[in-house]
Design a protein around this ligand. Sequence first.
Ligand SMILES: Nc1nc2c(ncn2[C@@H]2O[C@H](COP(=O)(O)OP(=O)(O)OP(=O)(O)O)[C@@H](O)[C@H]2O)c(=O)[nH]1
Ligand SMILES: [Mg+2]
Length: 467
Amino acid sequence: MPPDARSTIAALATARGTAALAVVRVSGPEAVPVVASRFSNEGLAEAEGRTVWVGWLRDGDGRRIDQVVSVVWRGPHSSTGEDVVEVTCHGGDTVAQAVLRALYDAGARPAAPGEFTQRAFLHGKLDLAQAEAVADLIHAESRLGHRTAVAALRGRVSDAVGAVRQSLVQTAALVELELDFGEEDVEFADRDDLRDLLTGADRLLEELVGSARLGALARDGVRVVLGGRPNAGKSTLLNALVGEDRAIVSPTPGTTRDAVEAEAEIGGLRFRFVDTAGLRETADAIEAEGTRRARAAIDTSDVLVYVVDAAVGLDGEERSFLDDLAVRRPDLPVICIQNKADLVTDPARLDAEAEGGTTALVVSAQDAMTNPAALDGLRRSLLHAVRAEGLDAAEGGLVAVNERHRAHLEAAREAVGRARRTLAAGSGGDTLALDLRAALHELGLVTGAVTTEHVLDAVFSQFCIGK
Ligand SMILES: Nc1nc2c(ncn2[C@@H]2O[C@H](COP(=O)(O)OP(=O)(O)OP(=O)(O)O)[C@@H](O)[C@H]2O)c(=O)[nH]1
Ligand SMILES: [Mg+2]
């Protein structure tokens, strides 16, 4: 992290490339004079906060770069808490880079990744969980990712952590008061009250830790591998699921070799589908490599959609493959698909297969190419497999912590667990106080009430420059 938090920083806030407009952001004590020194409208130097100025921006030699709009905010009433000027110029790399160069010449320095947000954090504009939400919002790739980021930006994660904190502070206060009077061997705090407070804190922590699963789904999406025998219709199914002709389909078994990935949003979640080579023993070295990759993909997938040609059925080898998989990855949800239902004239056959418990969904991937609704059952099964049904329709803010939060919340929960055991054993208040302090410390690391350079580095280095 840049040590000179008092310098004035500048960066392009918008994406590079051709666009109607670009925004260059400047923050720091010299933000206004830096821009004013290159700006045609002299009033800017004395500008009040929340004012807008139109004028020409010039380079160090006085040459006009562009006619721009400068918006001035005076700290602490700004996004970073410092003086901020946002210069909106015409888009395109040439103009924006020339504006930036002019401002660097005038005394600003290039901002490090996430430095604007870091300054907002340091000036108390956002806590750490909210700052992280800014990055999540920018990188959100699904409706769910967007909603959880907005909830966190609004302080939902921080509020939830605050609620735990409150009950722990209350407990700690009672315990430490008792310690102050330790010599007199009095118990101010009703043991039942302490136990209830800790039980409540533990329950809230459990819920928060559990929300990391939703956080991971919202941020990373779900990786679904389409596996099965050659020619079962995996590639056709992939194309139908994403509504695009992504993978090569042919009647020749062994068509797909490399894994083909494509995405689709289902129920607000991002699903990444991976079409793989058909699983079979083969003398063809290239196909064998494809099969090896298919197995590797299955081993790292979140969900396996196993496609069977309904006209052929599931053979013994496939059954044992699936049985082995169930042992190797007992938590992997497997959705079996009987494909090519259009070819099966005897419906009793499909029912019989379904009764066997091996095959749950009957579809025709080919028909689904022109009728996407034909895969709604599969879409529901996918959401069910990752326990994400109804999330899209859920009202209110979706609280979901990230991996960093989860680790600290787990540690807090362990400390609370120790405190509960100490209490149950009727042992000393000093051990209790220590555990409570440890738990509070971990909570502080989530919101940034407690920080270390290491934590700040880890958080802000994930940002892009200009944010
Ligand atoms: N009638 C019918 N044909 C289908 C259906 N789905 C796929 N097919 C046909 O089955 C053949 C194989 O389809 P693919 O999607 O290439 O099968 P695959 O599982 O990807 O095969 P490999 O890549 O060789 O492993 C093609 O001729 C498809 O048109 C279906 O639902 N009904
Ligand atoms: Mg294929």
